[in-house]
Write a protein that binds this ligand. Structure first.
Ligand SMILES: [Zn+2]
Ligand SMILES: [Zn+2]
Length: 136
C-alpha cells in the first residue's frame, strides 16, 4: 500500500502543512513517483506519524483533543491510549476509520487503509473498492 500526501492528511486527520513538513524532513521515508504525485509506503508513514504500523484510527482521533495529563505529543498519547484500552472498546469499523475499504470476505467496512487487513475477519489482501463514510 502507498499513500499520497493528500491521502496521508485525510487518513490521519493532520494538516497538509504538517504533511509537507514531515515530507521535507524525510520523516515519511523516500517517496516514489506515481503519475503526478509522490507516494509513500503506507506502513512507514503510519509508524512515523503514530508509532504504530496498524493504528486504531478511532483511538488516534480520540487523542486529538484528549490530554491524559502526561508529557508527550499526540503520538505518545495515542500509544498510551491504545496500550491501555480494551481491544473490544473499538469496533472493527472504528479501528479501520472513515477511509476503510469493504472486505470482500465479510462485507464489513473494516479493511484498514494502511495494512489492507480486515479488522473484522482478519482477512488480508481483500480490499474491495475503498469507500468514504461520513459521520453525522
Ligand atoms: Zn481503538
Ligand atoms: Zn473481513
Amino acid at each position: 500500500m502507498t499513500l499520497t500526501r493528500v491521502a496521508i492528511a485525510e487518513v490521519f486527520g493532520i494538516s497538509r502543512a504538517k504533511i509537507e513538513r514531515l515530507a521535507a524532513a524525510e520523516v515519511l521515508g523516500p517517496p516514489r513517483r506515481q503519475g503526478k504525485a509522490d507516494v509513500y509506503d503506507a506502513v512507514a508513514v503510519a509508524i512515523a506519524v503514530t508509532g504504530h504500523e496498524a493504528p486504531c484510527l478511532k483511538c488516534w482521533v480520540d487523542v486529538t483533543n484528549f490530554s491524559d495529563g502526561k508529557s508527550g505529543g499526540r503520538r505518545e498519547r495515542y500509544l498510551r491510549l491504545y496500550a491501555s484500552r480494551d481491544r473490544r472498546a473499538c469496533s472493527p469499523e472504528e479501528q479501520a476509520g472513515p477511509r476503510a475499504g469493504i472486505c470482500a470476505a465479510c462485507c464489513r467496512a473494516a479493511v484498514h487503509p494502511i495494512t489492507s487487513d480486515c479488522f473484522a475477519c482478519g482477512g488480508g489482501d481483500r480490499l474491495a473498492a475503498p469507500q468514504r463514510r461520513f459521520r453525522r
